[in-house]
Design a protein around this ligand. Sequence first.
Ligand SMILES: Nc1ncnc2c1ncn2[C@@H]1O[C@H](COP(=O)(O)OP(=O)(O)O)[C@@H](O)[C@H]1O
Ligand SMILES: [Mg+2]
Length: 268
Amino acid sequence: MPTAAAMAGSGTRPKPVYELTNVAKTYAAGEVRALEGVSLTVREGEFHSVIGSSGCGKSTLLKIMAGLTPPSKGRVILSGTPVTGARPDIGMMFQQATLFPWRTTLQNILLPIQIREGKRAAAAARSRAAALMELVGLKGFESAYPAQLSGGMAQRAAICRMLVTEPRMLLLDEPFSALDEITRDFMNMELQRICLERSASAFLVTHSIAEAVILSDVVHVMSARPGRIARSIAIDLPRPRTLEMATLPAFGAYVSEIRNLLDKGAFL
Ligand SMILES: Nc1ncnc2c1ncn2[C@@H]1O[C@H](COP(=O)(O)OP(=O)(O)O)[C@@H](O)[C@H]1O
Ligand SMILES: [Mg+2]
């Protein structure tokens, strides 16, 4: 299957999944301008990242895309319809795995289905959840409690919980930033594999330049206060990406381009 980037190159661009037009957000009765003039398009199967300093509005942008908070201005369209609240076609993941300690790993993973569709639907989805656990290397931990999982395993369980409703769009807010670097590298490759296997699109908030470059088709560099997209950089590296690609001159060039933007222009 050709990658989204390759298809873009051949002139047959995949369909837009997300279309944001001129999105702005102010908090505290207009006193905090968190976001301004954000326009972007995520197409089917594409992986986008947004990178920027702490407090520049990344989480705000993600929450608006998820329908968890309304924009003050602008339009958010997902698969042709405006986002006005939480949607079943979106899967979300945060920095902390936030598993319930009194539920087993499998029960935690099935929770979104139980909440939306009830206990019977959750029971019917057990084999799908077990298959997901196998996909992320958690086979055998179905009845383990969160306290018995390592940080990386808990995040993998959170990935399963995000995927169990089969969303086509993944919204990720620094999902691996609490993990050690080796686990994080591994999780990044897992995330890529899962996205490619399921043709899912993804939008990742990160403050790791290397993570943004290795995973993304497009990296949006944000400026601070109010948060704007200073530059959107297409990452033209072949897929599947490998960790070894971090040694390529092209990879290094993308990293320094983004670092330069963050060091000066993005903050003007
Ligand atoms: N619920 C809120 N009420 C008021 N201000 C907020 C709220 N959420 C975020 N902010 C402010 O908006 C700005 C952007 O925050 P956030 O989107 O969390 O940034 P990031 O995720 O990039 O660190 C910050 O100045 C933050 O203090
Ligand atoms: Mg944040």
